[in-house]
Design a protein around this ligand. Structure first.
Ligand code: FE2
Length: 310
């Protein structure tokens, strides 16, 4: 049993000294402005979350990550169990938040009561023909140019100092289930998914990897494979810093493409990931496949990572 079960990741929060530069990058990445003040920038996807990425004005760093509780009652239950206050949430959509820190000091914001935003319509103009099914007829495919259409934040990866301690802390409070963990004995890393019972969810909403305490990356779901490639071309044309991709992961099976924001925080585009329900259980896997690809660009030998937190 866990104190509550969170439904999904909600947003990532950063600070950066230049909100204009961040907004320009995120617009090229495929997010849309949801709100802006003198000190904060809120960017959203096309889905109903009022925002998926926050930047506060300040020194460049990862501030924290938010997860969505299923109800105000769950938020109260968590606040009581953790001895924390329920505060008003900043930004578009309002809502309430309980802030907790994991054993390594990562800031987690558990939110409820956010007002859903009007979704931004992204239509599938061009179905994909393959050798099994030919739904596109008399309709030449034209992908067009421009940013990817980011729908939502899907997951993030964090470095933790003690994997076993962190995994148990995250499970006991929020119900996270390891989907794949590695190595087979005495795991030092895992991809965790939300427990929504029979409802299939993303293979991972959080990755916890033992090592330096740091932000790894945040990953945003785009419309489809063509949309991911269109966004990759767009970011390349804007001379943005490319990190890794395009390829298909083993764990989670996503097609991926990684980029860096102007301060070196890694953000990922992904599409076509695995969905699992709670009964799928946990796999123990070799660490060799964590950063391996089924096809595409091999992982950089020395991935650029944000500095470990002091
Ligand atoms: Fe990822």
């Amino acid at each position: 049993m866990s104190t509550i079960k969170v439904e999904d990741v909600a947003y990532v929060r950063f600070s950066a000294p230049d909100l204009d530069a961040m907004e320009q990058f995120l617009t090229e990445f495929g997010l849309v402005r949801a709100g802006r003040t003198d000190t904060a920038l809120y960017m959203r996807g096309t889905g109903p979350e009022p925002y998926a990425h926050v930047t506060q004005k300040g020194e460049p760093r990862f501030v924290g990550v938010a997860f969505r509780a299923s109800s105000a009652a769950d938020l109260e239950k968590l606040a009581k169990a953790e001895g924390r206050a329920i505060d008003a949430l900043d930004g578009p959509g309002g809502g309430q938040v309980v802030v907790v820190n994991d054993p390594d000091g990562h800031r987690l914001e558990i939110v409820a009561g956010r007002e859903a935003a009007q979704t931004i319509a992204v239509t599938r103009e061009f179905p994909t023909n393959d050798s099994f099914f030919y739904p596109r007829q008399n309709n030449p495919k034209r992908v067009g140019e421009g940013p990817s259409r980011v729908k939502r934040l899907g997951h993030l990866v964090l470095g933790v100092s003690d994997f076993a301690r962190a995994a148990e802390w995250w499970r006991a409070r929020f119900g996270f289930i390891p989907s794949d963990q590695w190595p087979e004995q005495n795991p030092r890393g895992a991809f965790l998914r939300c427990d929504r019972g029979a409802m299939p969810v993303d293979h991972h909403t959080v990755g916890l990897v033992q090592g330096a305490v740091r932000f790894g990356h945040a990953a945003f779901e785009v419309a489809d494979f063509d949309d991911l490639m269109r966004g990759s071309e767009h970011l390349r044309a804007k001379s943005r810093q490319h990190e890794w991709g395009v390829g298909r992961h083993f764990l989670g099976s996503q097609i991926f493409d990684y980029w860096a924001d102007p301060w070196g925080h890694i953000v990922e585009h992904w599409t076509d990931g695995d969905l699992m329900d709670a009964d799928w259980g946990t796999r123990k896997v070799s660490p060799d496949i964590v950063r391996a690809v089924q096809w595409g660009m091999a992982a950089p030998a020395t991935p650029r990572e944000t500095p470990a937190r002091q």
